[in-house]
Design a protein around this ligand. Structure first.
Ligand SMILES: Nc1ncnc2c1ncn2[C@@H]1O[C@H](COP(=O)(O)OP(=O)(O)OP(=O)(O)O)[C@@H](O)[C@H]1O
Length: 251
């Protein structure tokens, strides 16, 4: 069953067609990667899914409802969470406090930095937060201030902050960008570990090792449109993808 349906989406920036009739369906429970060369339109498309950019034309439907015209927090409450290229965490708070904020928001609908203290009084929310820290191997850093953490750890924390919201759809924007090979492999293993939870994932990623280890379906974008879609094996074997993606080099 399709959980996310993007059809006929166009977006222009002045004279530039950043998205040109994009059509893309994501199957519920799947891991769907979107790849493509720089400037292909991947981030613009992702921004259309979270209410940061409004397409000029087209439809974006999630679980049968249009996302267009909805504010970012409404989209989040509808069950879509996003992990950014640059981690969006609260540096002056601890790891545990950071996770308490979205955990509380899931129960009470408001995502505000000063609310984590109120959440402390709620045992079920505390337990959810502790549990997610265990899962993402952050329990040892529970009481550490976030601004003293490495970038890789911050990204893991951001993933925890998304997962504690129990999203239906998780959008991962280059989850391993800037990471060492060891941190990348660790992130891939964590993402595999959470794969069994029925959370649909859309992942934008340049690292083909990550894409081919995780994705069941790969859509390839070039010049604002989807030029190919298939399994990792089909995409690797596609001459059109080789040509458009790397100017003829092999993936
Ligand atoms: N706010 C904006 N104003 C003007 N042009 C933009 C804006 N955002 C994106 N673009 C342009 O739209 C095109 C698509 O950009 P986008 O960032 O979506 O590509 P991308 O596939 O995500 O690239 P990358 O892999 O480098 O992140 C590019 O030519 C980019 O310069």
């Amino acid at each position: 069953m399709t959980i996310l349906s993007i059809s006929g989406v166009n977006k222009r920036f002045g004279g530039l067609r950043a998205l040109d009739n994009v059509n893309l369906n994501v199957k519920e429970g799947s891991v769907h990667a979107i790849i493509g060369p720089n400037g292909a339109g991947k981030s613009t498309l992702l921004n259309c899914l979270v209410g940061r950019i409004v397409p000029d034309e087209g439809r974006v439907d999630f679980a049968g409802h249009s996302l267009l015209g909805r504010k970012a927090h409404e989209i989040n409450q509808a069950g879509i969470a996003r992990v950014f290229q640059t981690p969006e965490t609260f540096g002056e708070l601890t790891v545990f406090e950071n996770v308490m904020i979205p955990a509380f928001a899931r129960h009470d609908g408001s995502f505000r930095i000063n609310l984590w203290k109120r959440a402390l009084g709620r045992a079920e929310i505390r337990e959810e937060a502790e549990h997610i820290l265990e899962d993402l191997q952050l329990a040892d850093q529970r009481d550490q201030r976030v601004d003293s953490m490495s970038r890789g750890d911050k990204r893991r924390l951001e993933l925890a902050m998304c997962l504690v919201q129990k999203p239906k759809l998780l959008l991962l924007d280059e989850p391993t960008a800037g990471m060492s090979r060891a941190d990348t492999n660790n992130t891939v293993e964590l993402l595999k570990k959470i794969a069994g939870r029925g959370i649909t994932k859309v992942i934008i990623e340049h690292d083909m090792h990550v894409v081919f280890s995780l994705a069941e379906t790969v859509s390839v974008m070039a010049q604002g449109t989807v030029i190919a879609e298939g399994t990792p094996a089909e995409i690797k074997a596609s001459p059109r993808v080789q040509e458009a993606y790397l100017g003829g080099a092999h993936l």
